[in-house]
Design a protein around this ligand. Structure first.
Ligand code: SF4
Length: 236
């Protein structure tokens, strides 16, 4: 699996380039809230929701003290406001109660698995969200698996799994060193722009030659357009 992933990673880099990383790592609490807000929406809306919330208050302590309904109103643009506001309030107040302050700095000395186990104890935080915190705010070499990463890896034939969390466990330890950020980001681009859920555009796909998907779609009219979308790093 490691060799196949290495090959796919290099084909994706040739096609999409190597994604840029922000030089300054975001605070892990900012990254955690940003990732909760990014669930089931696009980057623009989750960024707006984050700005509505973070821009209005001086600290996460102030946000934690708000009624849940107020948070829901502020983040409405990102969708799933009730669910996300519950998760955010739960994390912020949980940290305050358990650790005495709203900070995740204590995670920095833990290994990846322990960080994930700590974070998924909070209601509304799953393995994908926890691994995004590791990758984007702690600079760990770990590949979060969202719906795009899960779909593309299954179609290509790297895994045969029924959920993103199962895909995450399968590929863990099989990503070439220092490649997780690039692999994750480029697979999301592949899933959003080429290997779309309803209609993959196999005629322009950079991994078509090694992809084993049985229902490949070769629509001669389909063209690749470089989307000017915001990379995940920009919201975390
Ligand atoms: S060849 Fe088609 S099915 Fe396979 S990864 Fe590319 S777009 Fe998806």
């Amino acid at each position: 699996m490691k060799n196949k992933i290495k090959k796919i990673n290099s084909l994706l880099i040739k096609f999409f380039g190597k994604p840029k990383r922000s030089k300054k790592l975001p605070n892990p609490v900012d990254a955690l809230v940003g990732t909760i807000l990014s669930q089931n929406t696009n980057d623009n809306n989750s960024y707006k929701a984050y700005q509505n919330l973070k821009g209005e208050f001086k600290s996460w302590e102030e946000v934690a003290a708000l009624p849940r309904q107020k948070i829901e109103k502020l983040i409405k643009v990102g969708g799933l406001g009730k669910q996300k506001s519950k998760a955010i309030k739960n994390v912020l107040n949980g940290l305050k109660k358990i650790r005495g302050k709203i900070s995740l700095d204590y995670l920095k000395k833990l290994d990846d698995e322990s960080v994930i186990n700590e974070l998924i104890m909070f209601d509304g935080v799953g393995v994908k969200t926890a691994s995004c915190v590791l990758l984007f705010s702690m600079d760990r070499d770990i590949c979060p698996v969202d719906t795009h990463v899960h779909r593309t890896l299954n179609r290509i034939g790297i895994v045969k799994t029924t959920s993103p969390d199962k895909t995450f466990n399968e590929i863990l330890g099989n990503i070439p060193d220092d490649s997780a950020h690039t692999f994750h980001t480029n697979l999301i681009r592949l899933g959003r722009e080429v290997c779309k859920s309803s209609k993959p555009n196999c005629s322009i796909c950079p991994v078509e030659k090694i992809c084993t998907y049985k229902s490949k779609n070769f629509d001669g009219n389909a063209k690749y357009r470089k989307n000017d979308f915001m990379l995940l790093d920009n919201i975390r």
